[in-house]
Design a protein around this ligand. Sequence first.
Ligand code: E4P
Length: 218
Amino acid sequence: MKFFVDTADVNEIRELAATGLLDGVTTNPSLMLKANRPMKEVIAEICEIVEGPVSAEVAALDYDGMLREGRILAKIADNVTVKVPLTWDGLKVCRTLADEGTMVNVTLCFSAVQALLAAKAGATFISPFVGRLDDTGIDGMELIQDIRTIFDNYPELGTEILAASLRNSNHVKFAALAGADVATIPPAVIKGLVKHPLTDKGLDQFVADWSQTGQTIE
Ligand code: E4P
C-alpha cells in the first residue's frame, strides 16, 4: 500500500519525505486554508519535494470552470493530480483531463457506485472518505472493501483506491487489510504508526543491559 500524506504544510512534507516512506501528497481547500499561502506556490514546492502524485483540488463547481482550473493546476508540474468532486460535472472534467493525459483524483466518494462511475470516467484515483462515514455511524471501511471487490471484478477499470479521511492507525491497518492501493494519512497519524509501548519498553531494557556489558561497537 502506498502512503500519501494529507497536508499542505510544506515543512511537514519535507520532514516525512526524508524518511523515504512518502509516495505522494493530497491537499484540499480546507488544508489550503490552514496553510494560508498562495495555492500554486504551495503545490509547486510540494511537487519539487515529492516525486509521486500531488493532488491539487479545483475550486469551481461547473464543468468549464473546473476544466479551466484543472488545466492551470496540471501545468504546475508533471506530478500534479487534479482533484475534482464526485458530481456529474466533476466526472465530465475527469474524462476530459484523463483523455489529455492528466492524472485525476475524484474526491468526496461515499458509495461504491460513485466509485464505479469515477473509474468509468477514467479516474487515476478514487477517494472514499472513511472517517467521515464513520462519523455518521456507517462503517467507512466496508466501503473500501466493496470498492475493492468491484474493481477486482473489472480489472480493466485501472483506477486506484485511495483510502481517505483516515484518522488513526487502525484506519491505516484496516485500509491495508481491505486492499486499498493508497492511504492518504495526516502527518500526526503517520508519525504515530511507529509507536508501540512494548517497543519503547524493550528498547529501554536493551539500552540498560548493553551499558552493563561495558562494551562499545567499533
Ligand atoms: C483526502 O484527500 C482528503 O483531503 C482528506 O483525507 C479528508 O480528511 P478529513 O475527513 O479528515 O478532513
